[in-house]
Design a protein around this ligand. Structure first.
Ligand code: PLP
Length: 387
């Protein structure tokens, strides 16, 4: 059988037709489709909750969105931002872009999400923000994190790269009481624009600053200037901004991906349930389930080998590759990477839960284009690899 990739996007005829429409329209960069995507995204989040006004700012990556959110919240040199060591480096690197410092903390071994008790213990007079990640698509303990933030006057920016659509206490991530939430539309995420992201906030000033800073710090973007009645050549530069705008070609994909987000999640949840059933009797720690009534986005399906599995993680992955199954590891914790390790003199013993999980974990394929036969093939390969 052919190699089964770890991840594949699902792009339909609707997306392709919309991209062709953008290409033929003559407007290929940020313009009408990006504006529509922002509006649709706000409605999609709002309709599912209280119909509130949310500001959605489309950007060319979640990394860009996280950078803009922290910048708009005034994070800078001398400040500290607390985040999890068990994440992708993008979560933390944006803090360093701003000259602030990262305080990495350990995870809760049950959920693999940032541990609120560890966050509380890491707070110093320099702490300005908490940056939780909804790991694998399971909501972090937001009630506890928001309570800590309120108590200490800290900002909260959610890295929701995995969390579309995830709920927490019945509310969609993106509508919680944090200062900003950032989604990723990277190629392997739950919906994709190739590259892209969305910054969501209730704070009009944060949204305004992010809109300005995503395009060179100019106070009017090209589309505004093109369509407005006042002279189209005039704008003012109010800050040394960035080049983080989403193109209409990418937004064209997002318009249709967003409509399918709930259907995509249902397929991913069905694959996760099939895996859970197939692995129930094996020496594996299965992924944590969401709280009753809540939704897991199932961006990742992360297995951990039990201590009596009789095989190491690296050998296990080799056997799956030999059986034609792509898999991955999420993540090599930040404290093990030379940059983070050396900058903050970090030791594995400071993060025992992340370290323990990392040494035993792997991520199996979970995506909508997998057939039921593909799912069974993966399940059988896992069983065979443990023999
Ligand atoms: C993918 C990812 C990002 C970065 O997203 P981009 O859109 O590629 O910039 C950030 N954080 C986490 C946890 C991710 O998985």
């Amino acid at each position: 059988p052919p190699f089964l990739p770890f991840a594949l996007p699902e792009i339909g005829d609707d997306e392709i037709a919309e991209v062709v429409d953008a290409l033929k329209s003559g407007w290929v960069t940020t313009g009408p489709k990006t504006k529509r995507f922002e509006g649709d995204f706000a409605a999609w989040l709002g309709d599912a909750t209280r119909g509130e006004q949310l500001h959605c700012v489309a950007v060319n990556s979640a990394t860009a969105g996280l950078h803009l959110a922290l910048e708009a919240l005034g994070i800078g040199p001398g400040d500290e931002v607390i985040t999890t060591t068990h994440t992708f480096t993008a979560t933390a690197e944006v803090v360093r872009y701003l000259g602030a410092d990262v305080r990495l903390v350990d995870i809760d071994p049950a959920t693999l999400n940032i541990d609120p008790a560890a966050v509380r213990a890491a707070i110093t007079p320099r702490t300005k923000a908490i940056l939780p990640v909804h790991y694998a698509g399971l909501a972090a303990d937001m009630p506890a994190l928001l309570a800590i933030a309120r108590e200490h006057g800290l900002k909260v920016v959610e890295d929701a790269a995995h969390a579309l659509p995830t709920t927490c206490g019945g509310q969609l991530v993106g509508t919680l009481d944090s200062d900003a939430t950032v989604f990723s539309f990277y190629a392997n995420k739950t919906i994709t624009t190739g590259e892209g992201g969305m910054l969501v906030t209730r704070d009009a000033a944060v949204a305004q600053r992010a809109r300005t800073m995503r395009l060179h710090g100019m106070n009017r973007d090209a589309f505004d200037r093109f369509t407005a009645k006042v002279p189209s050549w005039y704008y003012e530069v109010v800050a040394p901004g960035f080049k983080y705008n989403l193109t209409d070609i990418a937004a064209a994909l997002g318009l249709h991906q967003l409509k399918k987000a709930h259907a995509f999640q249902q397929r991913r949840a069905a694959i996760a349930a099939a895996y859970d059933a197939a692995f129930a009797d094996l020496p594996l720690v299965l992924p944590p389930q969401p709280a009753a009534g809540d939704r897991h986005a199932w961006h990742l399906y992360v297995l951990r080998l039990a201590d009596d599995a009789g095989i190491g993680r690296d050998r296990f992955i080799e056997r799956l590759f030999d059986a034609g199954i792509g898999c991955s590891v999420h993540y090599i914790p930040l404290h093990l990477h030379p940059y983070w390790r050396d900058r903050y003199a970090l030791q594995p013993g400071q993060f025992p839960h992340s370290q323990h999980a990392y040494e035993r974990m792997l991520s199996l394929p979970i995506y909508t284009r997998m057939s039921d036969d593909d799912v069974m093939r993966v399940a059988q390969a896992v069983r065979a690899a443990l023999r």
